[in-house]
Write a protein that binds this ligand. Sequence first.
Ligand SMILES: Cc1cc2nc3c(=O)[nH]c(=O)nc-3n(C[C@H](O)[C@H](O)[C@H](O)COP(=O)(O)O)c2cc1C
Length: 178
Amino acid sequence: MKALLLNGSPRQGNTCAALEALTKGLEHIQGMEIEEVKAAEVSVGPCIACECCGSSSHCTFDDDTNQIVDAVAAADIIVFATPVYWWGVTAQLKTIIDKFYCQSQTLHDLKKKIGVIVIGEAEQGDAQYEIIPKQFDCICNYLGWEIAFSKTYTAAAPDDLSKSADAMNELESLWKLF
Ligand SMILES: Cc1cc2nc3c(=O)[nH]c(=O)nc-3n(C[C@H](O)[C@H](O)[C@H](O)COP(=O)(O)O)c2cc1C
């Protein structure tokens, strides 16, 4: 089994802490291969709607796009983890998601389980914790992927989430939902 963790944060902070806890749990699954892509550390240019991918299913950009979209296609589990930036996912993560377009035919109806982790500074109840999970609901509904969990956390300073034992324990136990 393969798990691909797409980390939308550009800093060593709450999203990294969340994924570290989740990874600890995922390691309980025998034979699980875990790969993390830090969206801020890869080279993926934004989709320019050139439609060159139409016939080839591959992005024409000579960057990390194809390697990452191939990893998305191959993964049994995909976790989207992102800080909230202006009520949305980070630009770095969105840039990768937009590139799913180059394989949107082949990504359809592949059996995948999805986890969503959203971390913002605002208290729970803010609209962002509905807007972002809803976006992933729509994407997964379109692609025929199953959402295993969608979790939102409040954390501001980079070490806030790691200081919450409740959050860390919950994140470490999420593997059971896959
Ligand atoms: C450009 C930018 C935009 C942000 N916009 C929001 C926002 O709309 N809502 C919110 O609750 N927090 C917002 N934040 C705060 C981050 O979501 C928050 O600090 C989060 O914990 C960062 O996660 P990280 O430590 O994994 O990078 C913003 C931060 C930055 C840098």
